[in-house]
Design a protein around this ligand. Structure first.
Ligand SMILES: [Zn+2]
Length: 324
């Protein structure tokens, strides 16, 4: 399962922020206690010094026994001071929020559960952001909005999408497949792709849902940027590495040699890596070769499951949030 670099970055930043907050809290509490009892400050300073002396005695063959005795005496006095102040011996120990990784996010076994939890939260936030279009799910997709002629085809489209979401997996041996949804606007393409995005993302996979306009804007900016832009690079990288990419509204973007080549590259490279892609387009399948390129058309029509959407625009019948 590929982690989304942009989301992981945000999760890491959160972890770092909570580590800094913890350090600040600890420092201000320690300083308060030092003011209350300056002897505590002196003891902590002397204990640090004793540790340095112990290390240097070890290296240079000094009187280790004496250094150790000094250290023990200081520790005993420190404990007594804390007790007198009504505090426990570990009152000044800095306690991490996550004892497994000391709030670093990684252990010797890899990513720590605390960072995984933050990543999952960020992923859920990202999904709700990308699904702000509405609350489209498979459950609220209604076939009876379609006319008698289109209903059977839509039933098949619905089944293909639902099965795709339910069986979604990422393995080197078998890709979950690719879907091309083609047809006029307002016939449920966005509804079904949002339902897939939601379900696949809830299974923990990284899903990027992007309109063709936003996708092409990234590649235009990348081409014409004057200096390295980390965010842009990260966006472009997400398109090629996420577990599922949904490219919505292909055909509404400005077509230039640069954007057409970006569309071809993403479709091709994801096919080569066995990563799934869903492309929604208002173009008819027979127009793809002419509107884009014969190569793009051949990839989309040859390697994708093609779902055709026909009928009359349903949006007038829909509720305010776009559900059907
Ligand atoms: Zn941890």
């Amino acid at each position: 399962m590929a982690l989304d670099g942009k989301i992981l970055q945000r999760a890491r930043e959160q972890l770092a922020a909570s580590r800094r907050a913890r350090e600040l809290r600890f420092n201000s509490r320690r300083d308060e206690l030092y003011v209350k009892n300056p002897r505590l400050f002196e003891l902590d300073r002397d204990i640090s010094l004793a540790c340095v002396n112990a290390a240097s005695a070890l290296l240079r063959g000094g009187d280790i026994a004496r250094v150790e005795a000094d250290n023990l005496r200081l520790q005993d006095e420190r404990m007594a001071v804390l007790r007198k102040m009504g505090l426990s011996p570990d009152a000044l120990d800095e306690v991490p929020n996550c004892p497994l990784c000391d709030d670093r996010g990684y252990t010797s076994d890899g990513m720590c559960v605390c960072l995984k939890r933050l990543y999952k939260n960020e992923q859920a936030k990202e999904l709700s952001k990308l699904l702000k279009l509405g609350r489209q799910t498979f459950k609220n997709f209604k076939l009876d909005h379609y006319g008698d002629e289109e209903r059977e085809e839509m039933r098949r489209n619905f089944r293909v999408c639902k099965l795709f979401a339910e069986r979604f997996s990422v393995s080197s041996s078998k890709s979950a497949g690719n879907i091309l949804m083609s047809g006029d606007p307002g016939l449920g393409k966005t509804h079904l792709s949002c339902a897939i995005a939601r379900e696949v993302s809830e299974q923990g996979y990284s899903v990027v849902y992007e309109t063709a306009i936003a996708f092409c804007a990234v590649f235009d900016k990348l081409k014409f940027q004057r200096q390295f832009d980390e965010d842009l690079e990260r966006d472009a990288n997400r398109y090629s590495t996420c577990d599922l990419l949904i490219l919505d509204d292909l055909g509404t973007e400005m077509k230039t040699t640069n954007t057409i080549s970006a569309v071809y590259d993403i479709i091709n490279s994801r096919l080569v890596s066995g990563l799934s892609t869903i492309v929604n387009t208002n173009c008819y399948t027979e127009e793809l070769a002419e509107d884009y390129s014969p190569q793009i058309a051949s990839r989309l029509l040859g390697e994708y499951t093609v779902l055709r959407f026909r009928g009359t625009d349903l949006r007038e019948q829909l509720g305010p949030n776009g559900t059907m």
